[in-house]
Design a binder for this molecule. Structure first.
Ligand code: HEC
Length: 136
């Protein structure tokens, strides 16, 4: 009887851990992009009479645009399964002094190491957007 109880507890602990492992784009990744990146990487919009285009031709406000990437690194913004090839993560991880560091030097706080690790995990595990499509 005791052995069965231990086994059940072990199984429950294991499934709780794997559920925790799956990164939910909308809940965990989107807020990071909103906070640190949207300011410069949203769909073209009018701001005080001026047209604001997404910087570097990169939009991060839709799943399609995130995969499409920007002008210099098309199709290499998020490469599913390959965090080291994904500029979304690489630019976050660069030292602030690097000209490709994102957000650019003096233009916003660095993404925390904890959040970078989440983004890495999300890309590693296949970069799924779930049901999220974002702005058309
Ligand atoms: C204050 C504005 C600003 C913010 C905030 C910002 N960026 Fe950028 N981003 C730029 C500019 C400007 C460029 C174009 C740089 C160039 O072409 O030399 C760029 C280019 C990029 C590129 C290269 C796109 C390509 O293919 O050419 C990536 C990737 C990128 N940003 C990711 C991010 C991420 C991820 C964040 C949030 C962590 C972020 N950026 C936040 C201004 C910003």
């Amino acid at each position: 009887m005791k052995a069965i109880t231990i086994l059940t507890v072990a199984t429950m602990t294991f499934s709780a851990a794997s559920a925790q492992d799956a990164v939910d784009f909308e809940k965990q990744i989107l807020p990071i992009l909103k906070e640190s990146c949207f300011k410069c990487h949203e769909k073209e919009k009018e701001d005080k009479g001026k047209i604001k285009k997404p910087k570097g031709g990169l939009r991060l406000d839709s799943a399609e645009a995130i995969i499409k990437g920007g002008k210099d690194y098309p199709n290499e913004n998020v490469v599913a399964g390959k965090p080291d090839a994904s500029w979304l993560l690489k630019t976050m991880a660069l030292p602030e002094s690097d000209e490709m560091a994102m957000p650019p030097e003096g233009k916003g706080d660095r993404v925390s190491a904890e959040n970078q690790a989440l983004v890495k995990k999300w890309i590693e595990s296949g970069a799924s957007f779930g049901a999220w499509k974002g702005v058309e």
